[in-house]
Write a protein that binds this ligand. Structure first.
Ligand code: ADP
Ligand code: MG
Length: 255
């Protein structure tokens, strides 16, 4: 980053404890605007906690998180929700509301109203038929529901997209196509994206920067190319070995 440039997102000595547990153990980190960052690590390493301190679903025990130079704790909740789109694993849709109402919930909370034209535009962005606007969530497949979740996250025209294992529950083909679509939307809307995943292959394919978390600390910070060239340390390399070994095994089978 150029000297003096303000990082888009900055963690400054962030600690979060839960009783005796240190979920995040003092992280300082800068994320540049328009980067696509994957946050990878074992279950319980603190990934979700780190992400939730950005949109204030959790507050730091100490340290601060700055978004576009402003401490997130000083930004009002509605303003923060507008700046940040959030997609997480699992349902996340209100079962008693239509697809259109679910997508429009963000703008409605801030006193605005998403028009039907806007809802249809958002559905098309995630490659869903606009005719689905009037359906209920239980009339959709898991992949379609997760596409609605992405449309909802984009409804407020956010600058920052946070995703917490967004594709974890999907079949591999749906997962791949939705991952690619999110990657395209990230570019198209000049978003800054932070995606939590436990899947290193997904991180290597989608992100331009990979952070590896272990026991509340960032233990690797590298590009996919660096990781594939053996850099980033033992914990990162153990994660990279999984898809690499699979790819080798498949190549051997085919030959
Ligand atoms: P990850 O997303 O990498 O799986 P989490 O951030 O969810 O990890 O959790 C990190 C650690 O913090 C774990 O030990 C977890 O049990 C603990 N933790 C997370 N949230 C809470 C909570 N609300 N109350 C108590 N402990 C929590
Ligand atoms: Mg998690």
């Amino acid at each position: 980053m150029a000297a003096g440039a303000r990082p888009f997102l900055r963690f400054d000595g962030v600690i979060r404890t839960f009783g005796e547990t240190t979920a995040v153990g003092g992280i300082s980190l800068e994320i540049e605007a328009h980067s696509f960052v994957a946050l990878v690590g074992a279950s319980g390493s603190g990934k979700s906690t780190l992400l939730k301190m950005v949109n204030r679903l959790t507050e730091p025990s100490s340290g601060s998180v700055l978004l576009e130079g402003e401490e997130v704790t000083s930004i009002s909740a509605p303003a923060l929700r507008r700046k940040i789109g959030y997609v997480f694993q699992g349902i996340g849709l209100f079962p008693h509301m239509t697809v259109a109402e679910n997508i429009g919930i963000g703008p409605r909370l801030t006193g605005e109203r998403a028009s039907l034209a806007r809802i249809c535009e958002l559905l098309e962005l995630v490659e869903l038929d606009p005719g689905m606007a009037s359906r209920m969530p239980d009339e959709l497949s898991g992949g379609q529901r997760q596409r609605v979740g992405v449309a909802r996250a984009l409804a407020g025209k956010p600058h920052l997209l946070l995703m917490d294992e967004p594709f974890g529950a999907l079949d591999p083909i749906t997962r791949d196509s939705l991952g690619q679509r999110v990657h395209d939307l990230h570019r198209e809307f000049a978003l800054t994206t932070v995606m939590v995943t436990h899947d290193m292959a997904e991180a290597l394919l989608l992100a331009d920067r990979v952070l590896v978390m272990d026991s509340g600390a960032i233990v690797a910070d590298a590009t996919p190319a660096q990781l594939l060239n053996g850099q980033g340390g033992d914990i990162a390399q153990a994660l990279v070995a999984v898809p690499r070994d699979q790819a080798r095994a498949l190549a051997d089978l085919a030959s």
